[in-house]
Ligand binder design. Structure first.
Ligand code: ZN
Length: 635
């Protein structure tokens, strides 16, 4: 899931995250990764910077070079300390380990912001390309920079912490404060499972109430972040966020619209079919040709619809195999599950995981203490100390998740010889996309090669399989787009504080075709009920990852000489595909993402037609169903 750029060290991003944006939360490469040369620096000895930004004078390339070397060494040192503290904290949750981890993170964040400001000294200097790119990354790493004024810095830190804390403590108490209260997990479970419309509406309203008290503080946070961003030379905080994509911020916004237009026909078909099915279940509560009420899609935020799959009338194939049962019957243990995942990568030509991976990872939930069970992939020393942390269950779902998590680990290792500032994915969508790409290759054909099943099920069950995939992956797309579309306009001032909620729902109507179950006003602040808004974590990466994973998969399958339907392709055992993949991964963030993408796909643009290709058989089926049932399309 959220992959935190090292240098920005935004630890809070790992908290329970947006309920299933990816199968598992990946904490990969949390802070920075460590470069091999930098790792040789003496530990616990952050080098003193040799430049003096206050001293004025004309900056030189030499001085810039020294500045960058110091910056990378210091970031590396603090990042590794932060990673170790975080690992211990998540494996032994106590007040003390939480404080130690927070302290380590705070030091790293402070350094990151400080370096971003100091990098400005070299703005007018003509630097060699590698140095110029490092300077740019240093500035962007500030993430959401505070203004220079110390009082405002303190205020921003307090506002951010209070919003984050509000969300974390958020609860819905149906019987009043003295009764039983439900946290986000419990509300999420209720909304996933309940089919009682009145109950769903109550839960929806109850959870969304947590946003209202955040409104004024959120507005203040926006002011402060915008001020800090302009001090760094960006138009506003949204322009800073969009500057992470190796193109002009406004061009990137247009690029995102272009991708959405490629996807829209598929989304409209899915929306029409699902709405028709919900009308059958809920009657006139669901307008036959209007937006879908947001409380009926099996998810607090209506962001993924896989939980309403049982309400769909798609032809259910006879279950031809049950991977969970097969794995359990064979007494596969947690380590055996991970060995299957490693085997996928070694079959592509990647070296096996290091011995320390097996010694230091957490595979099973300890009986004697609290740990963070959300699956995550770690790169502790930015060299070779790779780990995963998961409470593995012997199930099909975890079998797939392990392949996904290891995708992050192999990416981390592929770029570990890059300089510290380049030890990251090509853009923030790439890391998730790589994990998901590998998971797409967990097909019946692959399971047969592993000897887990004897026969590959017939194509007749494919529509049902693709529908299940689409209910999470395709349904998510406009949601993934909307969160940051709203924030970009909030940061730019185009959306004013007295329109926050109205504009939020206008965008959700426009892109998603969903509407709140009850009238909303500006006394509400519904964006605050979604983790990434109060926690101030950028969201567009999830939209990009959903698109990129299919583009990667299409290119890899082509490289592997595969010519059947894309959803049946697995690149298992294909060394050529593995070589191409590794070439892209090894670049890290050293080149613009367009170059990394071209290394694998030959294409310099993101292209959502690969996603459309993957779901083409489903699109045809959905259109047929919509026609047959007279389901209107659009809203
Ligand atoms: Zn992931």
């Amino acid at each position: 899931m959220r992959k935190v750029q090292i240098v920005s060290g935004v630890r809070r991003a790992r908290v329970g995250i947006g309920a299933g944006v990816c199968a598992a939360v990946v904490v990969s490469a949390l802070f920075l990764s460590v470069g091999t040369t930098a790792a040789q620096e003496p530990k616990n000895n952050v080098r003193k910077a040799h430049y003096n930004t206050a001293s004025g004078g004309t900056p030189t390339v030499d001085e810039a070079s020294k500045f960058l070397a110091d910056a990378e060494a210091n970031l590396l040192d603090l990042a590794v300390k932060g990673q170790r503290a975080a690992w211990v904290q998540e494996n032994f949750i106590t007040e003390d380990t939480e404080q130690i981890a927070a302290d380590a993170n705070q030091v790293l964040t402070a350094l990151s912001v400080d370096l971003a400001k100091k990098a400005q000294r070299f703005d007018e200097l003509k630097l060699p390309p590698v140095m110029a790119r490092k300077m740019m990354l240093l500035k962007l790493a500030a993430g959401f920079p505070a203004p220079a004024d110390p009082a405002e810095q303190k205020e921003l830190a307090q506002v951010e912490a209070s919003l984050d804390g509000d969300y974390g403590r958020g609860k819905w108490c149906p019987d009043g404060a003295n009764g039983k209260c439900l946290d986000v997990t419990a509300v999420g479970k209720l909304m996933a499972e309940s089919r009682d419309e009145a109950e769903l509406k109550r839960a929806w309203i109850g959870w969304h109430a947590i946003g209202a008290p955040m409104r004024d503080r959120y507005g203040r946070m926006v002011q402060l972040g915008d001020k800090g961003s302009t001090e760094l030379g960006f138009k506003d905080a949204g322009a800073l966020w969009r500057s992470n994509y190796d193109m002009a911020p406004d061009d990137f916004a247009k690029e995102v619209d272009r991708l959405w237009n490629q996807l829209r026909p598929l989304y409209l078909s899915l929306h029409a079919y699902v709405r028709g099915q919900l009308v059958k279940k809920y009657g006139s509560i669901v307008p036959a040709n209007g937006p879908i009420p947001a409380h009926l899609l099996g998810n607090i935020w209506a962001q993924e619809w896989n939980n309403v799959y049982p309400l769909m009338d798609s032809p259910k194939p006879e279950q031809s195999y049950d991977l969970t049962k097969i794995l359990q019957d064979r007494h596969t243990d947690a380590q055996g599950m991970v060995r299957y995942g490693e085997g996928f990568f070694t079959s592509l030509g990647f070296a096996p995981l290091p011995k320390t991976f097996w010694e230091r990872s957490l595979f099973t939930k300890p009986a004697d203490r609290d740990v963070v069970c959300h699956a995550s992939a770690w790169d502790v020393d930015s060299k070779d100390d790779l780990r995963i942390k998961m409470c593995i269950q012997i199930t099909q779902e975890d079998f797939v998740t392990i392949h996904h998590e290891l995708g992050h680990n192999f990416y981390q290792r592929a770029y570990n010889t890059q300089p510290v500032l380049f030890q990251n994915s090509a853009n923030d969508g790439f890391h998730e996309a790589v994990g998901d790409t590998i998971a797409l290759s967990v097909t019946p054909e692959y399971l047969k090669k592993l000897g887990l099943i004897d026969t590959v099920p017939p194509a007749s069950g494919d529509i049902d399989y693709l529908l299940q995939q689409a209910l999470s992956k395709v349904a998510f797309l406009p949601f993934g787009l909307t969160i940051d579309k709203w924030r970009w306009e909030v940061f730019s001032g185009q959306i004013k504080p007295d329109q926050y909620n109205k504009e939020w729902w206008d965008l959700r109507l426009k892109y998603q075709g969903v509407a709140p179950p009850v009238a909303r006003t500006e006394a509400d602040f519904d964006p605050g009920a979604k983790y990434h808004v109060p926690a101030n974590v950028p969201y567009l990466r999830y939209f990009l990852a959903r698109i990129l994973q299919f583009q990667f998969q299409r290119a890899l399958c082509l490289e592997a000489g595969y010519s059947g339907p894309l959803h049946r392709c697995s690149i298992y055992e294909n060394k050529e595909a593995g070589r191409r993949l590794n070439e892209m991964l090894a670049l890290g963030a050293s080149k613009p993402w367009q170059d990394a993408l071209a290394t694998l796909t030959g294409e310099h643009q993101m292209d959502a037609t690969a996603l459309a290709d993957y779901f083409a058989p489903l699109k045809a089926w959905l259109d047929e169903q919509n026609k047959k049932n007279n389901y209107p399309v659009g809203w």
